[in-house]
Design a protein around this ligand. Structure first.
Ligand code: SF4
Length: 251
């Protein structure tokens, strides 16, 4: 397993071990010191942990097995998603405690997500694939409002929007630009794509992937030579290859 993916998987395992330890401690308090704590509250927590830890443990085992074997049993994909979503905030918390940056965890999560999506090898027609771009890919001083219509772009070459439009024309996929997460969600609701190629920063991608669980998302992290949210760019070859993944059903 690559080092990038190991960060997220390792933290998931640590979270489960901590939750299992917490469950054992509370169980001990119930049995040995019944007056020390409110029994009702502790019973609720112990029961939740007694159910959650084995279920999420199974989800983690399937996740690791999927990554190693490059197979993903469709019936168990939902369990993996539930495990990742339920434990993600704890993963960020443990990461903070042990000094792993949020960006690094988000990047690791994106790598794990991309691999799981690619394993499914879905083959789709172009009209079912949506490429979703952040507005910051456009030059900040460009007078042409691409948020109104992407075809307002004059393809002048000062930013990558023109070349991404060329990719859209070549592959005939849908293309949309969003000014933020809310607009991206609205676009997805309106267009109902079967798959999304999303370009954004690690933070937006990590939260977006979790928001649209029902739609597979292949994420491409943008490049930010002038800092976040301004005059960003993206590896066009990576975008093209990612689109092809969905159109060809694999590499
Ligand atoms: S390619 Fe040129 S016209 Fe198109 S959005 Fe970028 S700067 Fe504006």
């Amino acid at each position: 397993m690559e080092a990038k993916k190991r960060v997220f998987i390792g933290l998931l395992a640590v979270v489960l071990i901590v939750l299992a330890g917490l469950s054992g401690t509370l169980w001990y308090l119930l049995a040995a010191r019944p007056d020390a704590v409110s029994r009702t509250i502790v019973w609720v927590v112990v029961t939740a942990l007694a159910v959650g830890v084995p279920v999420f443990g199974l989800g983690l085992i399937i996740l690791v097995w999927s990554i190693i074997s490059k197979k993903s049993p469709p019936a168990l994909q939902r369990l993996v998603s539930i495990t990742v979503d339920a434990l993600y905030p704890f993963v960020l918390g443990v990461g903070r405690l042990v000094g792993i940056s949020k960006d690094r965890i988000e990047m690791s999560f994106i790598e794990v997500n991309n691999l799981l999506v690619k394993i499914r090898s879905q083959r789709l027609t172009p009209d079912r694939v949506l490429v979703l771009l952040p507005h910051c890919l456009q030059r900040a001083d460009c007078p042409h409002k691409i948020t109104m219509s992407l075809d307002n772009c004059r393809r002048c070459g000062k930013c990558v929007i023109g070349e991404i439009l060329a990719l859209r024309d070549r592959y005939r996929v849908r293309l949309s630009v969003a000014t933020g997460g809310t607009q991206a969600r609205r676009t997805i609701e309106a267009l109902r794509p079967a798959a999304i190629v999303a370009v954004a920063c690690e933070r937006e991608l990590a939260s977006g992937i979790q928001d649209v669980q029902s739609v597979p998302v292949l994420a491409v992290v943008n490049e930010r030579p002038e800092g976040p949210c301004r005059n960003t760019t993206v590896n066009l070859m990576a975008v093209g290859e990612t689109i092809e993944y969905f159109l060809k059903g694999g590499a």
